[in-house]
Ligand binder design. Structure first.
Ligand SMILES: C[S@@+](CC[C@H](N)C(=O)[O-])C[C@H]1O[C@@H](n2cnc3c(N)ncnc32)[C@H](O)[C@@H]1O
Length: 162
């Protein structure tokens, strides 16, 4: 069973500056959170923040994949992925900062997640980590921005297989 949520709200390049989205994600996050593409909005959760842009409030300013490869701290209960959704968006909205190769990033993040932990991903896909990596889709949220603007999806996948 997958819980489905539908929320109407504006679109902003910094996703969590939109209050209904921020509130939804704060509510879904569990315990210790790794926020890999953190942006400007601090969340009301226990988060370790990373953003490649040095102007963003974060503990780390590394490429997300580089952070995952070099990080040796404790595992997280939740990993939050809100990358630029497309190459064109990186160029137009995020000063040319492009997302790390996403398949490598997904493979690498598993060792930083506790068994039973969550991966929450924003973008255009409903399944991100997938069953082959041991995840099951638990929640899907659709953020509808109205008019001709495409919706944003957020998937919540639980790491069911340690
Ligand atoms: C869609 S925005 C989301 C930011 C944040 N989640 C929010 O809601 O404001 C994507 C963010 O990823 C950052 N970014 C782009 N490429 C990155 C990379 N390779 N590694 C880490 N951060 C990156 C950008 O600077 C930008 O802040």
């Amino acid at each position: 069973m997958c819980l489905f949520t539908h929320i109407r709200c504006p679109l902003h390049r910094y996703t969590f500056s939109v209050r209904p989205i921020r509130e939804w994600v704060e509510n879904v996050c569990e315990s210790k959170v790794l926020n890999l593409f953190a942006g400007p909005t601090k969340l009301a959760v226990d988060e370790l923040r990373n953003d490649l842009n040095p102007e963003m409030p974060a503990e780390h300013h590394l490429d997300a994949l580089e952070l995952l490869r070099s990080y040796s701290g404790d595992q997280f209960d939740t990993i939050l992925l809100d990358p630029p959704y497309a190459f064109r968006k990186s160029m137009e909205l995020y000063q040319g900062m492009v997302c790390s190769p996403f398949r490598q990033l997904k493979d690498e993040l598993v060792r930083h997640l506790k068994p039973g932990g969550l991966v929450i991903t924003f973008g255009y896909h409903s399944v991100v980590m997938g069953r082959t990596r041991g995840f099951r889709l638990e929640q899907l949220a659709v953020f509808s921005h109205g008019g001709a603007i495409h919706d944003t999806l957020a998937s919540v996948e639980r790491f069911a297989r340690p």
